[in-house]
Structure formats: structure tokens, C-alpha cells
Design a protein around this ligand. Structure first.
Ligand code: HEM
Length: 146
């Protein structure tokens, strides 16, 4: 239906992001510590980013995309797909690209601390699954030989 949110638990995702923002001035170090722990081979790709500005910009664009993805979904689905292709130019494989959203969830959960709820957890599990499905579905035609 027009105007209806694309994602049923949008309110929980929004509330968890608001809570994390209140509790933690900058989630950038939390997110990237996780990323570099899991994918140390990605660290050299940020050689240009001497002041962490690119990392911060990438994260803030990701937050905006997540909010749009759970809300009106005016651009986020297309943006995620086009960034996935752009990132291949940075030598970031699709499988690695897709893991970023999970690191964001982990950082939000850490910032929320004891105020993280079962509802937040469920909403993020659903959101990450939807993004994975979207990426898989969107990638499939691209992966076929022309
Ligand atoms: C683990 C997964 C990811 C890795 C390793 C990664 C890596 C990178 C790297 C190395 C750059 C900088 C390129 C340069 O030197 O200019 C970059 C930029 C960027 N990334 Fe990611 N990325 C990941 C996931 C994502 C996701 C999921 C999004 C959004 C949906 C995203 C959005 C962006 C944007 C918008 C920029 C450009 C920032 C700017 O304006 O300079 N990235 N990414």
C-alpha cells in the first residue's frame, strides 16, 4: 500500500539507532574494529583515509540507507546494489560488502548495552536477512554470463 513502511519492524530499528546515537557520540570505531578483526585484508584498502573521514562518511551513508530501507525505501535498495558494484572497484568482494550491515548491528547493540531489547534483536535479525535476500536476488542476474 502506498505510504506504508517497507519493513514491519521499522520502529524498532529506528529506536535502536536513536538509542545508540544517544549513548555513543561516534560509532565509527566500534564498527570498523569489528570489520578489521573479521576482514583484516580490508584494512589496506583504506590507505587514503588518513583522518577516518571516508570511514565516517561510509557509515553515515549506511545509516541513512538503513533508515530508508526500513521506511519508504525510496532509494536504499538501488543504492546498496550500486555501492556493491562500486566497491568491487575498491577490491571489496560482494560477500565482504554484505557483512558490513552485521557489524553495524553489533556496534549498535554494544552502544545500547543493557537497554538492548528482544524486540530490537528480532528486528535486526529480520532486517539483515532481508538485506541478504535482496543482495542475493539482485546479484543473481549480474553473475550470469552475458
Ligand atoms: C565490509 C564491507 C565494506 C568495505 C570493506 C568497504 C570499503 C570501502 C572503502 C575502502 C572505501 C574507500 C574508497 C576510497 O578510498 O575512496 C569505501 C567508501 C565508501 N563506502 Fe564502503 N565498504 C564496505 C561496505 C559498504 C556498505 C555496505 C556501504 C553502503 C551501503 C558502503 C558505502 C560507501 C560509500 C558511500 C563510500 C564513499 C565514501 C565517500 O564519500 O568517500 N560501503 N568503502
Amino acid at each position: 500500500m502506498p505510504g506504508e513502511p517497507a519493513f514491519p519492524s521499522a520502529a524498532e530499528i529506528e529506536a535502536s539507532l536513536e538509542l545508540a546515537a544517544e549513548r555513543c557520540e561516534d560509532l565509527t570505531p566500534l564498527v570498523y574494529a569489528r570489520m578489521f578483526e573479521r576482514h583484516p585484508e580490508m584494512k589496506p584498502h583504506f590507505w587514503r583515509d588518513t583522518d577516518d573521514a571516508i570511514k565516517g562518511e561510509m557509515l553515515s551513508r549506511t545509516f541513512a540507507a538503513l533508515l530508508d530501507f526500513v521506511g519508504q525505501r525510496t532509494y536504499a535498495d538501488h543504492m546498496i546494489l550500486s555501492e556493491m558494484v562500486t566497491h568491487e572497484g575498491y577490491d571489496v568482494p560482494r560477500q565482504v560488502f554484505a557483512t558490513f550491515f552485521g557489524f553495524v548491528r553489533d556496534a549498535v547493540r554494544e552502544a545500547a548495552g543493557a537497554d538492548w531489547t528482544v524486540e530490537f534483536d528480532r528486528a535486526w535479525v529480520e532486517l539483515l536477512a532481508q538485506i541478504d535476500d535482496y543482495i542475493a536476488a539482485a546479484s543473481a542476474p549480474l553473475l550470469q554470463p552475458s
